[in-house]
Design a protein around this ligand. Sequence first.
Ligand code: ADP
Length: 398
Amino acid sequence: MKILVVNCGSSSLKYQLVNPENAEVFAVGLCERIGIDGSKMEYEVPSRDFEKKMEVSLPTHKDALTIVIKHLTDKEIGVIESVDEISAIGHRIVHGGEKFVSSAVITEEILAAIEENNDLAPLHNPANLMGVRTCMELMPNKKNVAVFDTAFHQTMPPEAFMYPLPYEDYTELKVRKYGFHGTSHLFVSEVMREILGNPEHSKIIVCHIGNGASISAVKDGKSIDTSMGLTPLQGLMMGTRCGDIDPAAVLFIKNKRNLSDKEIDERINKKSGILGVFGESSDCRDLENAVEIGNERAILAINMFSYRIKSYIGAYVAAMGGVDAICFAGGIGENSSVIREKSLEGLEFLGLELDKEVNSIRKKGNVKLSTEKSKVQIYKIPTNEELVIARDTYRLVK
Ligand code: ADP
């Protein structure tokens, strides 16, 4: 069984050929700068330790997918003889709105329904859909499945997902909290539930902290709240996104600085967060290095970043009436011992105890970071969104 997982952005295409039953990755890679000068392609076959990176002209997504297929089926470096071996294609779709509470086999009707959500994710959904259409064109006999970033959070109750705006903004414009990173929150919380022994009741907090970051409260396997909102801008402080701020600040800055809609949007999405406060980089490794040499703005940024994670953990412990486990995933969650430690500092009153030594050692895979006597399990769990997409695709097409 081989599922092709496609994550298509406006100028990129990430792909993975994976066995959904045992998680084996046959090939993985990405195409970058599609339609822009200096486009690149990466292709990797993990089982053979084979890696190829090259600059190649990629004017369109169709060119990108064509070259991916060429590599996958290449006589020497390929992993399949022909595309016939691909059972189905799973696509990451960012916004499923309220219509999609789970993944769906793609038909023209489903495509139209996804298109209706384009307004809610103008940067992502049209690009995701282009990936679907390109696959349909180049591999017309394959089934395509849409896996939505928002679907896992559709179990949130109204008191969590509604915004206190005029009610017609919800009914007419569908303005509400949707949440994102759903496949990651689902994957990590499921792994954690298994580690806990699959109890009937469980209260798990998942901190998916990467360049984009969100936290979720998962009670008995269902997302009951999450930090991202109508768009992925709400919630935590992120690499370049501001997260929660007073919405009036946006208008205030826009007017005072005389900015266009596009400029203020860029300011809060691309120039804020770690980059905005620290000023030198949005990357957590650069931030940590600057903290080490006493850079004051870096220290402020890392303190703000961690404080906000801690505040959400506190809120979600309250929302669930307790917590059994806190999990860290994402580039920062999996790798930054400093941010994990700072985010949990002061939460000992919950009965949790971080094993600081274990936390400071970098180790692959799922790692228990709490001490034996800690009442709350603390874990690092590497996420695997592609596997969730592949598994869902397999489930729907088999
Ligand atoms: P996204 O998928 O949202 O683009 P990732 O999950 O890949 O982001 O996370 C990227 C972030 O992870 C960057 O800020 C990067 O600095 C951070 N990161 C990666 N490795 C480390 C590390 N060893 N220590 C600290 N931060 C790290």
